[in-house]
Design a protein. Sequence first.
Length: 360
Amino acid sequence: MLVDDYDPLKGRMLQILDKDGNVNKELEPKIDDKRLLDVYRTMLLTRMADEKSIRLQRQGRFGAYPSSRGQEASQIGPAMALEETDWMVWAFRELGALLLRGAPLWRTMLYWMGNEEGSRYGEGVRITPSSVPVGSQVPHAVGISFAMKYRNEKGVTLCFFGDGGSSEGDFHEGLNFAGVMKTPTVFVCQNNQWAISVPREKQTASKTIAQKAVAYGFPGILVDGNDVLALYSAAKEAVERARRGEGPTLIESFTYRMSDHTTSDDATRYRTEQELKYWTERDPITRFRTYLMKKGIWDDVKEKALVAELGQFVEEEVKKAEEHARPTLDEVFSYTYAEMPDDLKAQLDSHRRDPGRKEG
Ligand SMILES: Cc1ncc(C[n+]2csc(CCOP(=O)(O)OP(=O)(O)O)c2C)c(N)n1
Ligand SMILES: [Mg+2]
């Protein structure tokens, strides 16, 4: 088992594809070519949609937006291990995982345009809405998986959070409960080295985040977060263990946020160019593309055609999102509480009387 060979206290990191796209034959997972190409397509779509999203924000067509650049493998690898009936619980940066699990791109865009309808991914798509309060989704994921266990369903919950999220009380409460109740939860900490401008060294005195699993009494594993095959393999093993009723796993995905924290941030103010260069050489998409080329199932002609096709697809999805009906004022006010509190009622009345007035 990978979790035995890569005991987090020994500090080893699971890697199957090295930075130049060479594969470790002994560990290479068996995935058919069609699926591999589908995964590559989703990785590239994530990158292209991400680049488009930043441009849309600059044009005032998106609100603030958190880029997933550099974390495509870290998100898509674990999501590959899920069945349709499993749940995925995420934070706010996991565009790749959403797309792989079937969330329509235009819906995800609608969300960043400020429309809650963007969280409606479709009937049967088991993805929770985004959780912007850092770490708050961890207890939700544990609750969902505990409920599935209680009802004797065979489902598993995959829960994403960041290195910053691992400092929150919610993280510790969630993992403790999961360990005690042996819930079918797979925790993936996307350690992208930064929580806005706070570096990983200031987040925890532990050597790794994976080793925190030891204290909660379940397996943890440190994985190269820019290696989609390693992430998939670690997650698959964890999902199978959870489905067998053997409880949770913590996967630390060692990756890097290649862009700013969000479009409201400027990372050049707190990190060096060398750091970005180091990680650019470890780009998860380049690495996976090289692997596919070495396998003989991908080439430059196919790449060019796919880039053109996805570019057009992204434009169509933007159009769909922008053409979607905007919520009415009543709808904006009606979603948070079953019964509207007095202060919200007063605001709604004031807007109805004078829709153009700005609050002071
Ligand atoms: C409880 C809470 N505190 C602070 C914030 C502001 N905030 C948004 S994202 C973020 C950093 C999160 O870092 P990490 O968990 O590593 O995720 P990443 O942004 O790197 O994906 C902070 C502090 C928030 N959203 N919620
Ligand atoms: Mg982070």
